[in-house]
Ligand binder design. Structure first.
Ligand code: CTP
Ligand code: CA
Length: 232
């Protein structure tokens, strides 16, 4: 039997979390994907449920569902967008932890793409991409000036020659307009698929930065809720 907390700081709140990397199909057997495992999003959902929230997890991943969490399976950015908009009106908090593909193949072919078999034919197809909708920015626009859910974004940043992880994060918080941005330090051997994470929590309209980690993704999730709880 499931034990759903009836007490806790998020009691009576509806939290909607997206998790995992979207898969953008090319043909029935192939897709464009990314390295997101979904673990951080699941940890955020589990922590919210433990604090008494009703939790809807919109996910592309197949991880074990945390106790008391209801899931909606999606595959593509467009499906994820539709699911987030569907739950927008009832949400008190929305957390966009999903790694949404920025681009998708322009054309889906509903039969398997075959290579040419003629002797000497070594041609390869060119795959044209188009932009996916920016779901986080759209949710913020959708809320407008009206009262609405607290909106939390994630940012995967490596830092580069132009700017540090934190500078990229600040610019992204400004651009997206969400209330909190969880800036994730990523790199080839960091974060993806791992149980630990290092993040910086940025709050809209504040110059304060809270550094968390390296720590278990559950610890990161609790730090996120400690901050977000003060906003709901
Ligand atoms: N996001 C989204 N829709 C997209 C792309 C990203 O909702 N099409 C959300 C992610 O879920 C995350 C946040 O936006 O919460 C930041 O994602 P990220 O990939 O770091 O930012 P981008 O704006 O896509 O910028 P870039 O990848 O160029 O750094
Ligand atoms: Ca992106």
């Amino acid at each position: 039997t499931e034990v759903i907390p009836t007490r806790g700081p998020l009691r009576g709140r509806h939290v909607v979390v997206s998790a995992g990397g979207t898969r953008e199909p090319l043909d029935p057997v192939r897709f464009l994907g990314n390295r997101s495992s979904g673990k951080q999003g699941y940890a955020v959902a589990a922590a919210a449920a433990a604090r008494g929230a009703r939790v809807t997890l919109v996910t592309t991943a197949d991880l074990q569902l945390p106790t008391g969490v209801e899931s909606v399976r999606v595959e593509t950015a467009q499906q994820l967008r539709a699911a987030m908009l569907e739950h927008f009106d009832s949400a008190d908090v929305i957390v966009m932890a999903a790694a949404v593909a920025d681009f998708r193949p322009a054309d889906y072919v509903d039969t398997k793409i075959k290579k040419g078999m003629a002797p000497g034919d070594d041609s390869a197809p060119e795959i044209r991409l188009v932009r996916n909708p920016d779901i986080l920015a759209e949710l913020v626009r959708h809320r407008g000036d009206a009262a609405g859910p607290v909106i939390v974004g994630f940012a995967a940043e490596t830092g580069d020659a132009k700017a540090s992880v934190l500078e990229h994060g600040r610019a992204k918080l400004e651009r997206k307009g969400c209330d909190v941005l969880v800036v994730n330090e990523v790199g080839s051997d960091r974060t993806f698929g791992k149980d630990e994470n290092t993040v910086h929590l940025l709050l809209q309209g504040s110059s304060r930065v809270e550094d968390v980690g390296p720590a278990d993704k559950r610890v990161i999730a609790d730090a996120i809720w400690d901050l977000v709880e003060t906003l709901v």
